[in-house]
Design a binder for this molecule. Sequence first.
Ligand SMILES: Nc1ncnc2c1ncn2[C@@H]1O[C@H](COP(=O)(O)OP(=O)(O)OP(=O)(O)O)[C@@H](O)[C@H]1O
Length: 259
Amino acid sequence: MSATAPTPTSPATPPPAPAEPAVLLDHVHRSYPNGGGTIAALAGVTLALAPGSFTAVMGPSGSGKSTLLNVAAGLDRPSGGRVVVGGADLTAMSPDAVTRLRRDRIGFVFQAYNLVGHLTVAENIVLPLLLGGREPDAHLRRYLMAAVGLEGMADRLPGELSGGQAQRVAIARALITRPAVVFADEPTGALDSQTGEQVLEVLRSTARTLHQTLVLVTHDARVAAAADRVLFLADGLIAGHLDAPTTEQVTARMIELGR
Ligand SMILES: Nc1ncnc2c1ncn2[C@@H]1O[C@H](COP(=O)(O)OP(=O)(O)OP(=O)(O)O)[C@@H](O)[C@H]1O
């Protein structure tokens, strides 16, 4: 009698269920009126971003990058398709419910900082909590100010800050609600390259520490190369991606897309 070898059908630990995507876009379209007709800023984009991942979005001017970010972050509504963030289908929710979800789960960093000029750095950072009817979290505010390198600047006004400092305030403000997903639209676009690198590192390291999913639009191949994955857009469609990219690979792909 021969020994029976374990068969591939023997009971085994089932494979782990794939984690729910932090962000899911399912055949997303966004059209805008253009003259007498319409222009398709997004022409059917499908993508899934893993929790905790860092994705850069690149593409020629007008390819739909900002539209993609705005739609994924609930700042804009798609004309068709589904947007699901943390399991919540934004496209099936009322505008008020989307606003609440955005306040609670989503952080957004703009190229133009968008700070409130008459509020101090500390007040700007906790503003999203106050707008959401929550207590200003002084402990987290101090932690974030230290994390982004703004210690000692709590009482300054935005007009007294450099561009890099203002963007750090905007990053701390985007993170104060402990969002699951942080979207950033060219956050280093207005900064010199050294300051831009520092701001990128702040964004990347705080997102990693706080286990956040980070999605960043950039025109800078070096910034994109810091991401786990680069998605390329062209004419409102995903035109490919690179995983663990180098600056040279990103640059080559952008040249192919005729940036
Ligand atoms: N509010 C709007 N009204 C009309 N057309 C718009 C609007 N927003 C964007 N578009 C158009 O949609 C297309 C995509 O724009 P979008 O700003 O998403 O591109 P982008 O890739 O972010 O460009 P850039 O790199 O120049 O910022 C463009 O043709 C743009 O003109």
